[in-house]
Design a protein around this ligand. Structure first.
Ligand code: ZN
Length: 145
C-alpha cells in the first residue's frame, strides 16, 4: 500500500512537475547533467537574507529526475541555506543507506524505493547536486560523475 502511494506521488510529480518554469528574477542558478541517463536541468533560486524564497527548474529528464526536482523545489521554499544543505544530506542518506532516518524529509520519503535501483540514484540526486552548486554560488555545470 505504502509503495503504491509512493509510486503514485512520483508519477504525479513527473507528469505534472511543480515549479517547472524559468524564474526571471532568480539570483542563484545552476545547471545539472546526469550523463548516465541523459537527465538535464537548470535550477533557479531566489535567496534573500539566507532564506530560499522561491525555487523553480526547467529541463528534460526521466520520471525520477523530474519528480525529484519537483518535490525538491517544493521542499526548499522558506528554508535557510543550512537547512537546505541538511535536507540534501538526509535525502542522500535515504537513497544510499538501508537504515536511514526519514526524519525531516516529509514527502521526500517517496524516493526510498530508489535505493533498490543503484542505477537510478543519480537520477534522484541530480537536482540536489545542482542545488548545492547553486547555493554555493559556483553556478558551474554539475554532473553526477
Ligand atoms: Zn534519469
Amino acid at each position: 500500500m505504502v509503495d503504491d502511494l509512493y509510486q503514485e506521488t512520483i508519477l504525479d510529480h513527473s507528469k505534472r512537475p511543480r515549479n517547472f518554469h524559468i524564474m526571471q528574477d532568480a539570483n542563484r542558478t545552476a545547471d545539472g547533467y546526469n550523463p548516465l541517463c541523459g537527465d538535464k536541468l537548470k535550477l533557479y533560486l531566489k535567496v534573500e537574507n539566507d532564506i530560499v524564497q522561491d525555487a523553480s527548474f526547467e529541463g528534460c529528464g526521466c520520471a525520477i529526475s523530474t519528480a525529484s526536482a519537483s518535490l525538491m523545489t517544493e521542499s526548499l521554499k522558506g528554508k535557510t541555506k543550512d537547512e537546505a544543505l541538511h535536507l540534501l544530506e538526509k535525502f542522500h542518506d535515504l537513497l544510499t543507506q538501508d537504515a536511514a532516518s526519514t526524519q525531516d524529509l516529509g514527502k521526500l520519503v517517496v524516493f526510498c524505493g530508489v535505493r533498490d535501483y543503484p542505477g537510478r540514484v543519480k537520477c534522484a540526486t541530480l537536482a540536489w547536486h545542482t542545488l548545492k552548486s547553486a547555493l554555493n554560488g559556483t553556478g558551474d555545470l554539475t554532473t553526477t560523475e
